[in-house]
Design a protein around this ligand. Structure first.
Ligand SMILES: NC(=O)c1ccc[n+]([C@@H]2O[C@H](COP(=O)([O-])OP(=O)(O)OC[C@H]3O[C@@H](n4cnc5c(N)ncnc54)[C@H](O)[C@@H]3O)[C@@H](O)[C@H]2O)c1
Length: 486
């Protein structure tokens, strides 16, 4: 099996790194309909590498449709109190029924800063865990946690996520949940064995445009959905070379180790949701391309002093890594990753079908969305998407627009956190499960495998082991309320 790395420490580097409405379509006929017959024959390439699902561990059953055991108060432990961990802390404190009881970071000052923030908000001071790479384990061994949230560098996600499951907690992991295929399977298996959920903290899936796009797709606004295009196109050059930002340069260092689509999930996941991936369809093959690695070296040449440690580095990750994914129902998805070149931000968010198309990020300021949908529209002219976005506004945004306004990333962070806590308190099935998370993160290792074969298709594993054929709700949830706090 292709491995990017062999251990978290190796990944980090040296020890100093401790550091339809109108059209008459319905969701049901959309999923079971015209595309169903296209199926595997058109998407499975004879030359694709095989990725048979390993046997399910004895005694385990699927976590699909498994509800949370309801709890009055969700006791949360946080691991990694850097940029993201601190950014999410405000909402963990503010969401009704959530209680941050423990915080962990290898750096003691960061754990203390987080605990201070919680105490200053008038909540009980969480216990602090710090000092070593293993401090998180002490937290897991000591605390009784309902939910663990992990916002550490990518290299730690698999080990920490697995440990949190084994400690009896549900786990929310920042992107990606793991970077190797066997690690993804291990998290699927461990979730099934422990009966605890592990899910990607995919905040962009809760973006207002993304959720409206999802509802439009499921209502048949685009007819039979046939293709989608998403990605993470974000000029991170200044942050990647900023000495105070990514702790110990962890994120820049990934660009020295592998050519991979590291972080396309923010754009891929909403397309997958609109196509009911794991809920009626599934990804079958992936083929990748990568452009030359030019952007980071060019930036360093122009802006970074010659005595900076980055001058010892060689950047090998392609600037634009593109994954083409096929689905069992004959759909095609293009997922892009580019954080190394100058460009305005975009997650692309484009979906197209037999009766229409939606494209995000096309306004003059890079944020506007446009649409064309028959029979509403005619005349070969794009329409602004605001009217349809209002018509298909997701209940989460209608109900939470006010409190979400204070949360990060335009409110979608708060909505993600609120929804997780609400589902845990009311004993619902999570919107995002370990199978979704594994499918959305699989392009990290699969892009490496495909690029090693000059872009030949590789098979995408069926992490659900056959459950993908069953239609079930996900992010297109029905309205429910947060219980009052006693
Ligand atoms: N969903 C989003 O919108 C979003 C946005 C930003 C970052 N992220 C993700 O969040 C994660 C963290 O990114 P960041 O920008 O906060 O990085 P960061 O470097 O600012 O923070 C990482 C923190 O983890 C700590 N840490 C490292 N190893 C640890 C260990 N073994 N145990 C405990 N703590 C440890 C570091 O000391 C640091 O404080 C990444 O996975 C990143 O991709 C997601």
């Amino acid at each position: 099996m292709t491995r990017l790395f062999t251990s978290p420490r190796e990944k980090v580097g040296s020890t100093s790194d401790l550091q339809s409405a109108a059209s008459g379509f319905t969701r049901r006929n959309l999923i079971g309909g015209a595309l169903a017959g296209v199926a595997l024959a058109t998407t499975m390439t004879s030359g694709a590498a095989t990725a048979a699902a390993p046997m399910r561990k004895s005694g385990s059953t699927s976590m699909a449709n498994e509800p949370f055991q309801p709890v009055d108060v969700v006791k949360i432990g946080l691991i990694g109190m850097g940029n993201r961990g601190m950014g999410m802390l405000g909402s963990w404190v503010g969401v009704p029924g959530a209680q941050v009881v423990a915080v962990c970071d290898v750096r003691a000052d960061r754990a203390t800063r987080a605990a201070d923030r919680v105490a200053n908000a008038g909540m009980s001071r969480p216990r602090e865990y710090s000092g070593s790479d293993e401090s998180f384990q002490k937290m897991l061994d000591t605390e009784e946690l309902d939910l663990v949230y992990i916002a550490t560098p990518w290299e730690f996600h698999h080990a920490q996520g697995k440990a949190a499951l084994l400690a009896g907690a549900h786990v929310g992991v920042e992107l990606p949940i793991a970077t190797e295929l066997d690690e993804l399977w291990d998290l699927v298996d461990t979730s099934e064995q422990t009966r605890k959920h592990l899910f990607l903290m995919e905040n962009c899936s809760y973006g207002r445009n993304e959720l409206a796009m999802l509802k439009m797709a499921h209502d048949g606004v685009f007819g039979d959905v046939t293709s989608g295009h998403g990605g993470y196109l974000h000029d991170l050059r200044a942050l990647l070379f900023n000495d105070g930002y990514y702790t110990d340069d962890w994120r820049r260092l990934w660009h020295t180790r592998s050519t991979a689509s590291f972080y396309a999930m923010h754009g891929l996941a909403p397309i997958a949701a609109a196509m009911d991936i794991n809920r009626g369809d599934r990804f079958t093959t992936l083929s990748a391309t990568a452009t030359a690695a030019k952007g980071l070296a060019d930036y360093r040449e122009r802006f970074i002093p010659r005595d900076h440690r980055s001058w010892n580095e060689e950047y090998i990750n392609g600037d634009l890594v593109t994954c083409m994914l096929s689905t069992a129902k004959g759909r095609v998805v293009r997922a892009e990753h580019n954080v190394s070149q100058p460009r305005p931000y975009s997650r692309i968010n484009t979906i197209e079908g037999s009766r229409g198309i939606f494209e995000d990020y096309v306004g003059g300021d890079g944020t506007g969305a446009r649409i064309y949908s028959e029979p509403r529209h005619s005349g070969d002219t794009w329409r602004g998407a605001s009217a349809l976005r209002a018509e298909f506004d997701h209940w989460l945004w209608k109900d939470l627009e006010g409190p979400a306004a204070g949360g990060g990333h335009g409110g979608m962070d708060y909505i993600l956190q609120w929804r997780i806590v609400q589902q845990m308190r009311t004993g619902q099935v999570p919107d995002i499960d370990v199978y979704d998370s594994a499918a959305w993160c699989a392009p990290v290792p699969l892009s490496v495998m495909s690029l090693e074969k000059n872009g030949r298709p590789v098979e995408v594993p069926d992490f659900t082991r056959g459950e993908w054929k069953k239609l079930r709700l996900g992010l297109d949830s029905v309205r429910s309320t947060m219980p009052a706090v006693a």
